[in-house]
Design a protein around this ligand. Structure first.
Ligand code: SAM
Length: 293
């Protein structure tokens, strides 16, 4: 058997298969936990946008067996020990109740989201959809998380990211932008680590995707987009989150190409996609229903 280019190009991809993780993203959560001890003393956890499930695997292996781990994704997920999977849209209002039911009404200790929409290639649209997904994850989190709890979400460090830092700082004691070593340096991807949830008195979480982020933070006086005030944010409002690189400096460099030993085998994926979006296209191609224009 040969060595695939991807195995050489990306040793995290190869190591994930060797260690039984469903995706290389597992290392990102592991490195974030090494840095921030996110898994200490937690028993109720929500993994949003969880498929194929490597973060849920990490949670299942690191938390005590009496923990409740709920994984939510649009895609179906192959079962994982000690994880309840929900196939649902995190932007749908009914999803909140389905998660709460799994916790018997108790709040969560930790919510994480590695959500990413399908990329269209239209940069502004992609950035907007990603921002909406983060807002949905945050809205759900504010309705689910216990005071003092933590929230971690994937972000892309785009133009308006300091506005998001300000909004999150309104709700959490500490907001840090973290870049695990398993996340490519060439990518704008990073993770926002929010510690110590502190719902403000007089501010009510709303689960309503119809509202803009300004409406969601209504009363907080943060980032009134569309008015002149966005240019006049004072020091207090325009937060700069500390940036922390995490993972051992000697660990694999995710941007490097490595040589593999000639005897290295190509490993099968740990979990093939259950219902990949390209499945229908493949079926149509097989049936001669796809035609070149
Ligand atoms: C990068 S993958 C997550 C990988 C996962 N953390 C892991 O370790 O296996 C992003 C996921 O976001 C999911 N997603 C995107 N939009 C969503 C939505 N509105 N509701 C639920 N899941 C969503 C996608 O279906 C996809 O599975």
């Amino acid at each position: 058997m040969g060595r695939t280019n991807k195995d050489k190009r990306d040793l995290y991809y190869r190591r994930a298969k060797e260690e039984g993780w469903r995706a290389r993203s597992a290392f990102k959560l592991l490195q974030l936990n090494d840095q921030f001890n996110l898994f200490d003393n937690i028993t109720r956890v929500v993994d949003l946008c969880a498929a194929p499930g490597s973060w849920s695997q990490v949670l299942s292996k690191n938390l005590s067996p009496d923990s409740t781990i709920v994984a939510v994704d649009l895609q179906p997920m192959t079962p994982i020990d000690n994880v309840t999977t929900i196939q649902a849209d995190i932007t749908h209002p009914k999803t909140l109740q389905r998660i709460l039911d799994c916790f018997g009404g108790e709040p969560a200790d930790f919510v994480c989201s590695d959500g990413a929409p399908d990329v269209t290639g239209l940069h502004d649209l992609d950035e907007y959809i990603q921002a909406q997904l983060i807002l949905s994850a945050l809205q759900l989190t504010t309705c689910l998380l216990k005071p003092g709890g933590s929230f971690v979400a994937k972000i892309f460090r785009g133009r308006d990211i300091d506005l998001l830092y300000s909004q999150l700082s309104y709700l959490f004691d500490k907001v840090i932008c973290a870049k695990p070593r398993a996340s490519r340096g060439t990518s704008l991807e990073a993770f926002i680590v929010c510690l110590g949830y502190k719902p403000r008195e007089g501010w009510t979480p709303k689960l309503d995707l119809g509202v803009s982020s300004e409406e969601f933070f209504d009363g907080s006086n943060i980032g009134k987009q569309g008015t002149m005030e966005v240019y006049e944010l004072d020091e207090e409002e325009r937060k700069i989150a500390p940036f922390i690189a995490c993972g051992d400096i000697n660990d694999i460099d995710s941007d490097a190409t490595y040589s593999l030993d000639v005897s290295s085998l190509t490993l099968d994926p740990v979990q093939k996609p259950t219902a990949p979006p390209y499945k229908k296209a493949l079926e149509m191609k097989r049936n001669g229903e796809l035609q070149r224009r």
